[in-house]
Write a new protein. Structure first.
Length: 251
């Protein structure tokens, strides 16, 4: 897990709740304790959470409601009717605020879908990362991934297998490991950019709503055109700048 991925996970973290017991959040918190920059970010994030909570605590009933209820206790039946309407309205407001607070602070457990997975992996490629193993040897990459229990028995399309590799990294998704294999197409690149083609491989069962085995989905996400497909028990996602035609030459 890298710093940017930890930040994405910790966006769901609510201080003072049972969130810290979540294995993924716990791992991100452990990284924050070791990474000064991430620790500063986490402190600011927790402060924002507390500010939102404080805002909810300051919400009060409509002005004059308490006095209105007390004065109308001895009023005529008609006045009693309106008092009850006011009480019901205030109760509805409180219930609405409680519902909004529950929605705001609840963990977003619907973030394990295929579309979110694809967006998260594109973010990894675009935000910058450190390769765990820089190498131009495909066999070394598969050996490294296998030793670290990350998907290594992947099958590359013939054109992609002929493309130069630059290394690999291991990412995570909802507790599952993702193998990221980096390629260089041969196009001119900025000095700080070692590659321009990324392949992500994960066990298909780890991603909800993964595409069926007989289809390839081309979708633009941010600056990258992506294509995803399944083969055997693996889900593949290939991404690069350009258009669909550019990606098809590697399939």
């Amino acid at each position: 897990m890298n710093r940017d991925e930890a930040k994405t996970i910790l966006l769901l973290y609510r201080p003072g709740t049972a969130d810290a017991g979540d294995p993924e959040i716990a791992a991100a918190l452990a990284l924050a304790r070791q990474d000064p920059e991430l620790k500063r970010w986490l402190v600011e994030h927790c402060a924002r959470q507390e500010a939102v909570r404080a805002g909810f605590r300051k919400i009060t009933a409509p002005a004059g409601l308490k006095e209105q209820i007390i004065s109308e206790q001895a009023a005529h039946e008609k006045r009693l009717f309106w008092r009850r309407r006011a009480v019901l309205a205030a109760t509805a407001v409180v219930m609405l605020l409680v519902a909004l607070a529950s929605f705001w602070f609840q963990p977003r457990r619907n973030d394990d879908t295929f579309a979110i997975y694809r967006s998260r992996m594109v973010g990894v490629a675009l935000r910058g990362y450190v390769m765990d193993l820089p190498t131009n040897n495909p066999a070394q990459i598969q050996g490294y991934l296998a030793r670290n229990q990350s998907p290594a028995d992947y099958v590359l399309p013939a054109p992609l297998a002929k493309t130069a590799v630059t290394g690999c990294a291991i990412e995570s998704w909802r507790g599952a490991k993702v193998s990221m294999i980096c390629f260089r197409t041969g196009k001119p690149l900025p000095p700080a950019q070692p590659n321009d083609l990324w392949l992500f491989v994960i066990d298909r069962a780890a991603v909800k709503d993964a595409p069926p085995a007989d289809s390839r989905q081309f979708v633009r996400v941010n600056k990258l055109m992506t294509v995803t497909w399944t083969q055997g028990d693996k889900l593949y996602m290939l991404g690069a700048e350009g258009d669909e035609k550019n990606l098809r030459q590697y399939l």
